[in-house]
Write a protein that binds this ligand. Structure first.
Ligand code: F0G
Length: 472
């Protein structure tokens, strides 16, 4: 199947191609991000989207039921980079639902029947990340990876740890100091990943992991962050499921929180491919919502007016912004720890997605995030703080009359309510069970399977020693 699939630099002026079996997260020629691309004319592409429906109705029964049970792989013809179906890794991810939210709609001023919530917290590890991991672990298996790693604000690490344990690979996760919620940390430890707590924030962790996974290929560590283009292939399926639940008619708007900007990038790719294949008529508009304390995309896109411009976007704006951050030792800060990221790796792809989907970007304050998280919980089933940025963003866009009350809107709720109970308890009681800054065990852990996090300085050699790969 995969002769017709390849990796390609996203920049129209470069478009260098690489085989699927290459392990890389950037273009060797220009350093740009990579896409997974397909020569659709050589592939068995469905003539219409109804084709996928019967798979959902069989719910895992039948000869290839294992794949149909997955809300990612039941759309496999739309992400056909694997060689045979035996390559595919799945743990039953993506069985998530779209729910009409009339009570919430009334509360924030949208007409009944027009507001839908896509609950990605219903994934096995409790966040949308499982969609992407199913695809990236499939690629990791194709290239024979033994060790997989990520930097994370918590959900990526939880998902990676779960998949690594089930796929029998060594999981290594880098988390920043004190900024991970306990729900997410507990998952990484429980699934047996080597958990390194670096003295620094998410951006520092990502810088280090790239030095290890990309610059030191001999360590044989496969990078699972969303800079890995295979992750985004799996995350396209969130949009396929939204369409499926809406009888294959596009809503007017998709609203999603923005952190490292993988999700919104994947959504743009999903819709441009569906359009190219003639499988949809209309592409919805996109709204990406930053937290005020981590608002790089909003700064670049809304305030400074940078546009994709067919790949010729003004990168100097971004460089200047980052240089300013370096100078002032800036570190992002928001109660929505999942999106506490100031140097989103997928920024160029996000600009492209905003172009394809005629998008807008906004930022919302921590207070707005907290109030909207509580509202989602009051009128349905809840979500973690970062997810509620989408609903807070909707309220803002209604007030600005960018979105009108009779347009159909899908807010993506990216993570489960129980990921971050401390924030919820603090909201309701004022009691601050703050996450611990350093996770060095206070006493000897007693369990037979105890897997305490390892504290490491933000120093490359110290990190390499902590990973303990022989012969490097
Ligand atoms: N919502 C949640 C719950 C997240 O965990 C993340 C990202 C986002 C939104 C933002 O998505 O990065 O695709 O723009 N969490 C990452 C992590 C960074 O490490 O778990 P994005």
């Amino acid at each position: 199947m995969n002769d017709a699939a390849y990796q390609q630099c996203i920049h129209p002026a470069c478009e260098e191609k690489y085989p699927i079996t290459d392990i890389r997260v950037s273009c060797g020629k220009c350093g740009g991000l990579l896409d997974i691309r397909y020569d659709w004319s050589k592939l068995p592409t469905p003539k219409n989207l109804n084709f996928f429906e019967h798979r959902w109705s069989t719910k895992g029964i039948g000869s290839d039921g294992r794949l149909d049970f997955s809300g990612v792989w039941r759309f496999r013809e739309l992400m056909p980079f694997y060689r045979t179906e035996a390559d595919i890794v799945t743990i039953g991810e993506g069985r998530t639902v779209l729910q009409q939210a009339d009570l919430l709609a009334r509360e924030i001023g949208v007409k009944a029947g027009k507001l839908m919530l896509q609950y990605e917290g219903l994934n096995p590890s409790g966040s949308f990340k499982d969609n992407g991991m199913a695809a990236a672990f499939t690629h990791a298996r194709i290239v024979g990876a033994k060790r997989v790693a990520c930097a994370s604000t918590g959900n990526t690490s939880a998902s990676l740890a779960m998949f690594a344990s089930l796929a029998q690979m060594r999981g290594i996760v880098f988390i920043g100091s004190g900024r991970i919620s306990f729900g997410k940390l507990s998952q990484a430890l429980d699934y047996g990943a080597l958990t390194l707590q670096i003295q620094g924030d998410f951006d520092a962790c990502l810088r280090r992991i790239r030095q290890i996974a990309v610059d030191r290929p001999k360590m044989g560590i496969y990078l699972m962050n969303s800079v890995n283009p295979f992750r985004l292939e799996g995350q396209k399926s969130i949009m396929f499921r939204v369409l499926e639940a809406m009888d294959w008619r596009s809503p007017d708007w998709i609203i999603v929180p923005g952190g490292n900007l993988g999700n919104c990038s994947a959504f743009g790719k999903a819709f441009s491919e569906l359009k190219e294949l003639g499988l949809i008529q209309k592409i919805p508009r996109l709204a990406v919502i930053n937290a005020t304390g981590a608002n790089t995309l909003n700064e670049v896109f809304t305030r400074q007016g940078v546009r994709w411009n067919n790949g010729q976007y003004d990168a100097t704006v971004v460089q200047k912004l980052y240089a300013g951050m370096d100078e002032s030792n800036y570190s992002p800060h928001t109660v929505a720890s999942a999106i506490e990221i100031s140097r989103p790796v997928n920024l160029p792809k996000a600009l492209r997605a905003l172009d394809v989907m005629n998008g807008v970007v906004r930022e919302v304050s921590d207070e707005e995030i907290l109030e909207h998280r509580a509202l989602v919980a009051r009128y349905g089933f809840g979500c973690e703080p970062a997810s509620a940025a989408s609903v807070a963003g909707l309220r803002k866009l209604l007030a600005e009359q960018v979105i009108s009350p009779d347009e159909s809107v899908v807010c993506i709720l990216t993570g489960h309510e129980l990921k971050d109970p401390n924030v919820t308890v603090k909201y309701h009681t004022g009691v601050d069970m703050k996450s611990v800054q350093d996770l060095a065990p206070r006493s000897e852990p007693h369990g037979k399977l105890s897997n305490p996090p390892v504290q490491v300085e933000d120093d490359l050699e110290a990190i390499i020693r902590a990973i303990g790969v022989e012969g490097i």
